[in-house]
Design a protein around this ligand. Structure first.
Ligand SMILES: [Zn+2]
Length: 254
């Protein structure tokens, strides 16, 4: 058991939330009971995850995608009401870490994704201002675009979308990656001079950039690329405070 306040302040410090100007509040988003014995981690605080976590006896849930995004309708109605009501009725806390969880060098989505895929980290890249969340480095051994895409499919359990802008025969040695909807970083990946760029999502224009700049592009799924950060964070918090922990994966094809 740990006091919620202690758990939150530890996680906030660990993830250095003050260094980010994010689109949502990071840390405790919905306050539940004061003591936490069981923690559930998940990618998104959807109603399905909340129900599953309550069913599993969670005192607190930690996610990557929480609530209260900048620009959203602030009213507590409809879907938002249902989610908040289940949390509040069951006295379950919600902790959410967005950009700080993408960025963390050990438990972050990108660090964990690189580890899953066997990538060697050589540096970081991303938007100016906030700490850079993307990573770049190398494949364990150079591979063709289709071989690398097959490897990604095997590890993530989901077939990625490959745009072999450099042609399928060109070997990938260097790679940049950023989980989620970071397709807009493809130009930065081109500027880095890497052979391939991997992210979660794709836009129409991403295809043209890949083809015309000659970079191998892989969209491996927003959910699939962000499945590992919250789980790693949950495991770490549980080990640190001797909590019970369970990662609940609510599958999402996007
Ligand atoms: Zn995301």
């Amino acid at each position: 058991m740990v006091q919620l306040t202690e758990l939150v302040s530890y996680a906030d410090d660990l993830l250095e939330v003050d260094r980010f100007s994010d689109y949502c509040p990071n840390g405790l988003q919905v306050e539940g009971r004061a003591a936490v014995g069981k923690l559930v981690s998940g990618v998104t605080a959807s109603l399905a995850l909340i129900e599953a976590a309550i069913g599993a006896g969670a005192d607190a849930i930690v996610v990557h995608h929480g609530y209260f995004w900048r620009g959203e309708d602030a009213r507590v109605t409809g879907m938002k009401k249902q989610r908040l009501r289940r949390l509040l009725d069951s006295d379950t806390s919600l902790l959410a870490y967005h950009l700080p969880l993408d960025a963390h060098p050990l438990y972050g989505n990108n660090a964990q994704l690189g580890e899953q895929l066997g990538l060697v980290v050589e540096g970081r890249f991303g938007s100016a201002g906030d700490p850079a969340i993307g990573l770049h480095g190398r494949l364990a051994r150079p591979a063709s675009a289709s071989d690398f895409a097959r490897h990604v499919a095997q590890v993530l359990g989901r077939r990625p979308l490959l745009v072999a802008g450099a042609g399928d025969e060109a070997l990938i040695d260097t790679v940049a990656w950023c989980s989620g909807a970071a397709q807009g970083y493809i130009e930065q990946a081109v500027a880095l001079g890497v052979d391939a760029y991997l992210t979660g999502e794709i836009s129409e224009q991403t295809v043209h950039v890949a083809r015309e700049c000659g970079i191998q592009f892989i969209a491996a799924g927003h959910h699939a690329t962000e499945r590992y950060g919250a789980r790693a964070l949950g495991r770490h918090l549980a080990a640190n405070f001797s909590l019970e922990h369970e990662f609940i994966d609510i599958d999402n094809p996007a």
